[in-house]
Ligand binder design. Structure first.
Ligand code: SF4
Length: 701
């Protein structure tokens, strides 16, 4: 007789990006049959993006890595031997020990991919700190961290938009939330239905552009100038909140003088945004009280990233939108340990001062809050031994050939390493260059706690499946730690570690399974009680800290390199401005092997204005070369008036899993980082190379 399968639903959190949407996993026996949004999650209120809806396709994808692999042929040849976990971890640990003993801990680098929403990155930091390895390279310099630092230096906290009131105006700046932050997109749409005004700032039409009161298309890379132009209008037209400015800011007089250099007519020349539109956007924002600004990843991708976040923080402050209902709030955290800023978890004090000082970029004069080694510095250290050789690498879920700027240099560097181990869910172009590949569990295969960056919440993630021999990042690091005589720093079970994270709220992980969600508290007008967490206790329009550290104390626009204005000679050969975008079905370089996602966008797409395309004889669906002075890639043309004729919008992080090892999955064919540079100038505060707004040209293939 056939046995009846048990149906059950498990509450969890999607781990396919950092957003941390709550999910309900529907199980039939041991099989995941459906993943849908959890209506009770404060992060997404039931919504899921296309990636989240494809969770079970990720889980059961036939190309998942299921066993540890050891390279037995040339790097990148695809010749692997399946080995046991013990053998794989012994080999990795041996290489770590040898490198540390022979060349010092600085000869190792631990590279992280993008944030998964949980504590994986913190575990890697803990591992590095107790092992004494100073070089952890993350994507922090190009993602989120510049924005957070800009806010914290200015007013002491990373603001959370308050949608409940709702806001009178929402300014969406370089953020395609429909495709990358689905929960906030849903809340934005709901606020619009309740009458909020909308300003969209994006060089390319996004989902929300059609609903906007005004949609502004700045020249890619010129956002800081635009923000300064808006501040100019708000101050000169007396639209600022005088009470808040008088009581709660410092440096307004200096700002008022500084901003004289950025009248709308001058800013129009820099940004290509009409002066009248700058005035209109500034006026709508300043007069539709309360207002919020949703700032996206695009802001992080140029040398003015941190100062753009500063200027946006100043906009929030002078219009009196900080800490008020419907504005931008500080929130108390839910109480559990945080993936960022919990020294008892990352054990930063275990790293000796001597080792810490050896970190690449430690002497480069970046913000004192910068804790990472920059990707471009890792690459140079491997290739040129500058300032010392890096020889051994470990990658936690990253695809550096697609995500590091100047990808050909990254390729040469990864190939040159004496030893490379990678922990990932799938074979990738980067993993193909490794000596050892370790199969990592998807979010459906291990218990965890998720603390997403955009919302003060701690959510449950629960194991419902097991594919092959995959292990969680925690288990991998714990088992490596044992082999390095560092086992005392890792709990025997992952659950014991999760108990430690939850200890401040008095729950065990077992108890948390029944709770599911812990929410932080919104703290309206907290500054009236505590002041702002800055040296002056006020919003620092003129930053005393930046002044002391030798950075611009007021945000000043610096023209990025390789732009039409900084490189007019180059512009004669490369007359177009390059920007990049992330396609909805994919997260960075992930997801191209998921059939349900790939069917929605099978090929990389470059957006070109019809007038520009016409000059080159390009029609829709033609393959097109996009070229900068560093190299050439090809993508499929989509002709659209949604983009300025002087700009092309190139699709990010493309490779072709179906092509196999031949040419490493076509990693260089459509990869935007063949076009980008990893040389200075960098963002002075964060060390970020310039990734957008550079000169390019196109031609028909
Ligand atoms: S936005 Fe991120 S967390 Fe939410 S469903 Fe999509 S992939 Fe998952």
């Amino acid at each position: 007789m056939e046995q009846e399968l048990e149906f059950r639903t498990v509450k969890s959190t999607c781990g396919l990006c950092q957003t941390g949407c709550g999910v309900l996993i529907h199980m039939e026996g041991n099989k995941v049959v459906l993943v849908e949004g959890d209506p009770d999650s404060p992060v997404n209120r039931g919504a899921l993006c296309t990636k989240g809806l494809a969770s079970s396709d990720y889980l059961y994808n036939p190309s998942r890595l299921k066993h540890p692999l050891k390279r037995v042929g040339e790097k990148g040849s695809g010749a692997w031997e399946q080995i046991s976990w013990d053998e794989a971890l012994d080999l990795v640990a041996d290489e770590f020990i040898k490198a540390k003993a022979s060349y010092g801990p600085e000869s190792l680098v631990f590279m992280r991919g993008s944030f998964k929403g949980g504590f994986q990155g913190t575990y890697l930091s803990r591992f590095a700190n107790v092992f004494g390895v100073p070089n952890i390279a993350s994507m922090a310099s190009v993602c989120y961290v510049p924005r957070v630092n800009g806010s914290i230096i200015t007013h002491g906290y990373n603001p959370v938009p308050d949608y409940e009131y709702p806001p009178g105006c929402i300014l969406v700046w370089g953020a395609n939330m429909a495709e990358t932050r689905i929960g906030e997109h849903k809340q934005t749409v709901s606020a619009l239905e309740r009458g909020s005004k909308l300003i969209v700032i994006d060089p390319r039409r996004i989902d929300l552009s059609d609903r906007a009161d005004i949609w502004i298309q700045p020249r890619p890379g010129s956002d800081l100038a635009l923000a300064l132009g808006m501040i100019n209008v708000i101050i000169n037209e007396g639209l600022y909140n005088k009470t808040f400015v008088n009581n709660w800011t410092v440096g307004f007089d200096a700002l008022k003088v500084h901003i004289k250099s950025y009248p709308p007519e001058v800013v129009e020349q820099i940004t290509w945004v009409k002066a009248r539109d700058i005035r209109r956007a500034a006026t709508i924002y300043a007069t539709s009280h309360p207002a919020i600004i949703q700032l996206g990843n695009a802001i992080d991708h140029n040398i003015n990233n941190f100062q753009t976040a500063r200027a946006v923080s100043i906009l929030r402050a002078i219009t009196g939108n900080l800490s008020i209902p419907g504005g931008e709030l500080s929130c108390s955290l839910p109480g559990a340990l945080s993936p960022m800023g919990s020294p008892e978890l990352d054990l930063r004090d275990k790293m000796s001062k001597q080792n810490r000082e050896k970190r690449l970029n430690a002497e480069d004069g970046l913000l004192p809050t910068v804790f990472y080694a920059l990707p471009q510095s890792i690459v140079k250290a491997i290739l040129h031994g500058d300032p010392y050789p890096v020889r051994v690498g470990f990658v936690q879920g990253g695809n550096m050939l697609l995500t590091y700027s100047n990808a050909r240099q990254a390729y040469s560097a990864l190939k040159k390493l004496d030893f490379l181990a990678i922990a990932d869910m799938f074979m990738t172009p980067t993993a193909a260059l490794a000596d050892i590949v370790l199969p990592v569990a998807s979010y459906l295969e291990y218990d965890s706690i998720v603390a997403p960056p955009y919302y003060p919440v701690t959510q449950i993630q629960q194991k419902v499946a097991q594919i092959g021999e995959s292990r969680s990042d925690y288990e991998i690091l714990r088992d490596l730690a044992h082999r390095l005589d560092l086992g005392e720093y890792f709990w025997e079970s992952e659950e014991a570690c999760l108990d430690f994270i939850l200890k401040p709220v008095g729950l065990t992980f077992k108890e948390f399974r029944n709770v599911g969600t812990l929410e932080g508290r919104k703290e309206y007008r907290r500054h009236e009680r505590d002041g702002f967490a800055t040296p002056s206790g006020k919003v620092e329009l003129l930053s005393s800290q930046l002044n002391e550290w030798g950075f611009d104390p007021l945000p000043a626009y610096h023209e990025p390199p390789e732009s039409p204005y900084s490189a007019p000679e180059l512009a004669k050969e490369f007359p177009l401005v390059f920007t990049s975008w992330k396609s909805g079905p994919y997260r960075h370089s992930a997801g191209r092997q998921i059939a349900s996602l790939r069917s929605t966008q099978p090929e990389p797409v470059v957006f070109i204005h019809p007038d520009t395309a016409g000059k080159h004889g390009i029609v829709d669906d033609d393959w097109v070369y996009i070229e900068t002075k560093r190299g050439q890639i090809r993508q499929k043309a989509r002709l659209t008036t949604d983009i300025d004729p002087r700009v092309v919008g190139v699709d990010y992080a493309w490779w072709f899993p179906e092509r196999g090892y031949e040419n490493l999955y076509g990693w260089a064919e459509a990869n935007i980082n063949i076009l980008t540079d990893d040389n200075p100038p960098y963002a002075r505060e964060m060390g970020t190379p310039n990734l957008r707004g550079i000169l390019c040209k196109i031609s028909k293939v």
